[in-house]
Design a protein around this ligand. Sequence first.
Ligand SMILES: [Zn+2]
Length: 305
Amino acid sequence: MIRTVLSLLLSVLLLSPLHAEELKLQQVAQDVWAIVGPLTNRSPENLGNNATFGFVVTPAGVVLIDSGGSYLGAIKIHETIKTVTDKPVKYVINSGGQDHRWFGNDYFSAQGAIILSSRAARTDHEKRLLNQLGRAKALIGEEKFKGTREKYADELFDMQTTLTLGGFQFVIVHAGQAHTPGDAFVWLPDRSVMFSGDIVYVERMLGVGEQSNSKSWLDVFEKMAAYQPEVVVPGHGNPVPLATARKDSYDYLVTLRKKVSAFMKDGGDASDISQVDMSEYNYLLNADTLSGRNALKVYTELEWE
Ligand SMILES: [Zn+2]
């Protein structure tokens, strides 16, 4: 009887929409893991972890790429790491300026981890702090956001730095503004794995926001792609080969810029931006809400280029 109830309960849990908000652990190479969060917006269920994170288990401890979207979200990430290893998290690299890249810093810092980011990302963290706190809190809810507070990086780099731990090298490169002003990618030469942060979105549409620059985003992608990684752990979505990262992020941006540019040359007005036909990218999740917004942001960028 108890068994029936338990299995019934289990199937209910598995079928519940909450399950879709869970973090998914995926090994991408020896000692290298991706933690794939949902492609939805921040919510009380996902604790702001609506992104993809990664970690490497070295003999000297764990290096985590991005700390999660809240204090409780960071604990969730740590619990996921603990299913693989009981080694401590020694370093956290913030790959960019968005909340889910760094709102868990305070938690991991208290566990003894050293936090690293580009100088540009740190400036962005400071500049958008109140804005990001307000937005995340509104979406995640006061209760689940409890304990979240800012903790900026302990160590900064300008363009590039190499972190070495337990025989592993992490080449961290800030090649310019992409989704956010301080985006950086993390290259793991020993395993041919690239952690791209928000430079790459797959399966869901990327967002060209106020803090983004679509032109320099393309340059940054090229610099990242030049490493020819076997696996890309994106900022959003599942780990993929480089070709998929290119298709869903780079090609999308190139097409968007080309089409918006043609629309402007034809005398198109910003108020008619919905006429720019990007329907070939409707297979990407969130296309309905982001397509028009992205086109409009690119329109303003192109006015100034
Ligand atoms: Zn993001």
